[in-house]
Design a binder for this molecule. Structure first.
Ligand code: SF4
Ligand code: SF4
Length: 378
C-alpha cells in the first residue's frame, strides 16, 4: 500500500484498537525544548539519574535521526491508566497499581509495527519506546497534536487529562503528520505548584526531580535526606498529588477505555504497611514480579515503608520496625531506626538502645540509631 493518507488512517485505527486512543504523527525535527532540557541537566535537577545527562543521551535527544537515521515519521501514542483518587491516603501512584506498563505497552507497540509491515508487505526501519528511550517525548507528543505541557510538567490532553502513558515509534516511512497542539490551557491556575509537598515544582514547567517524591521513592537508592522524610507523607511508590489536584484530571468521560492490566490490584489498593514491612526478598520478588514496583527493589520499597510508618506514628508498627533493625540491608535498618525515633514510646526507645549496644558496622545506620535515640531521650 503506497497511499500515504490511507496508510496513516489504517495505522491510527490499529493503534486505537491496540489500546492507544491517543495517536498523533510528527516529523523527526529537533524537539523544541532541547535547550531547556540541557539547562535542566546542567542545574542538576535530574539528581542521580546520570543516564539523563550523558553525552550520548543528549546527542540522541537532540535529533531523533541520531537514534534511527532512516526516521521519517514519529508515531506518538497515549494509553490511559485510572485517575488517581482525589482522596488522601493513597500510597502507590495510580500508574503503578498493577502490571508493568513497559511489558503491556511494549508488546502492543511490537504488534503495531508488525501490522504496518504486513500492510506494506515489507520491513520498515523502526525503534519504539515507552518511557525507555532518549527521546523528549512530551515535546514530540505536543508536536504530534496530543496536548500541551502543563505547569506540573506532564502532558495534558483536554479529554484524557494527564493520566496516560506515552509511547512512540520512530519509523522509516512517511506518514501524514498532524498539526501541533499550540494552545496552553493552564491559564492562571497554580494548583499543582501550591500542592506539591516538597516544593519540587520550583517554577511553572520546571521540576527539580531531586526533591520529587516520585524520584525519591523509585529512582533514588540512598538514605532519603532527613529534611525531606516528613514531606513524603505515606507515599511508598511514586506520588500523584500534582496530578490529583489538576482540574484537567477531575472530569473525564466515563467511557475512557483502559487496558485490563492497568486497573489496580486489590491488594495494592489498601496496603497494610505493618504487614508489608515483613516482606522477605522472595516474597517481594513474587509479589512484584510483573509490577513497576520491582524497580525500587526490596530495599528501596521497605525504606519507603519505614518512612511512611514513621510519619504515621503508629505504635502498631514498633515491633516490626524493631525486628528490621536486624535486616541485612543498611538502607532498611537506617530508616527503621528513624521511624522508631518518630514513633517514640518505651518499646521503641528500648529497641533503639539495644541496637545502639550492638556492633553496628555501617556508620550511616549507627548515626541514624544514635540520632533517633538522642531525640527520644532529650
Ligand atoms: Fe511534587 Fe509529588 Fe508532583 Fe513530585 S509528583 S512534583 S513531589 S506533587
Ligand atoms: Fe496546569 Fe493547574 Fe493542572 Fe498545574 S494543576 S498542570 S497549573 S491546570
Amino acid at each position: 500500500m503506497r497511499d500515504k493518507k490511507e496508510l496513516t488512517r489504517k495505522v491510527k485505527q490499529e493503534a486505537n484498537r491496540l489500546g492507544f486512543p491517543l495517536v498523533g504523527i510528527t516529523t523527526p525535527e529537533s524537539p523544541e525544548h532541547f535547550d531547556f532540557y540541557q539547562e535542566w541537566c546542567a542545574a542538576g535537577f535530574h539528581g542521580t539519574m546520570g543516564w539523563m545527562a550523558s553525552k550520548r543521551a543528549s546527542e540522541r535527544r537532540s535529533d531523533p535521526k541520531n537514534i534511527l537515521p532512516e526516521c521519517e515519521s514519529i508515531l506518538m501514542l497515549g494509553s490511559p491508566y485510572p485517575s488517581p483518587s482525589p482522596t488522601a491516603g493513597e500510597k502507590i501512584a495510580a500508574y503503578a497499581g498493577n502490571q508493568d506498563y513497559h511489558e503491556i505497552l511494549g508488546e502492543r507497540l511490537q504488534r503495531l509495527v508488525h501490522f504496518l509491515e504486513e500492510t506494506l508487505g515489507e520491513a520498515v526501519p523502526n525503534r519504539w519506546y515507552t518511557d525507555t528511550g532518549p527521546v523528549l517525548e512530551r515535546d514530540l507528543a505536543q508536536r504530534a497534536g496530543l496536548g500541551w505541557i502543563g505547569k506540573n510538567t506532564t502532558l495534558i490532553n483536554k479529554e484524557f487529562g494527564s493520566t496516560f502513558f506515552l509511547a512512540e515509534i520512530l519509523l522509516g516511512i512517511k506518514l501524514d503528520p498532524d498539526p501541533p497542539f499550540l494552545s496552553q490551557h493552564c491559564g492562571t491556575c497554580t494548583r499543582c505548584l501550591d500542592a506539591c509537598p516538597t516544593g519540587s515544582l520550583i517554577a511553572p514547567y520546571t521540576l527539580d526531580a531531586s526533591r520529587c517524591i516520585s524520584y525519591l521513592t523509585i529512582e533514588y537508592r540512598e538514605m532519603i535526606p532527613l529534611e525531606l522524610r516528613h514531606l513524603l507523607g505515606d507515599w511508598i511508590f511514586g506520588c500523584d498529588i500534582c496530578q490529583q489536584v489538576c482540574p484537567w484530571n477531575q472530569q473525564k468521560p466515563e467511557d475512557i477505555e483502559i487496558l485490563d492490566g492497568f486497573f489496580p490490584r486489590e491488594e495494592l489498593s489498601n496496603i497494610d504497611l505493618v504487614e508489608e514491612m515483613k516482606l522477605s526478598q522472595d516474597a517481594f520478588s513474587a509479589k512484584f514480579k510483573n509490577s513497576p514496583i520491582k524497580r525500587a527493589k526490596r530495599k528501596g520499597y521497605l525504606r519507603n515503608i519505614a518512612i511512611a510508618l514513621g510519619n504515621q506514628k503508629s505504635k502498631a508498627a514498633v515491633s516490626v520496625l524493631a525486628a528490621v533493625l536486624q535486616d541485612q540491608e543498611p538502607l532498611i535498618r537506617g530508616h527503621a531506626a528513624w521511624a522508631l525515633g518518630e514513633i517514640g514510646g518505651e518499646k521503641a526507645q528500648k529497641s533503639l538502645a539495644d541496637a545502639a549496644f550492638q556492633d553496628e558496622k555501617n556508620p550511616q545506620v549507627k548515626e541514624e540509631i544514635l540520632r533517633a535515640l538522642n531525640n527520644l531521650t532529650k
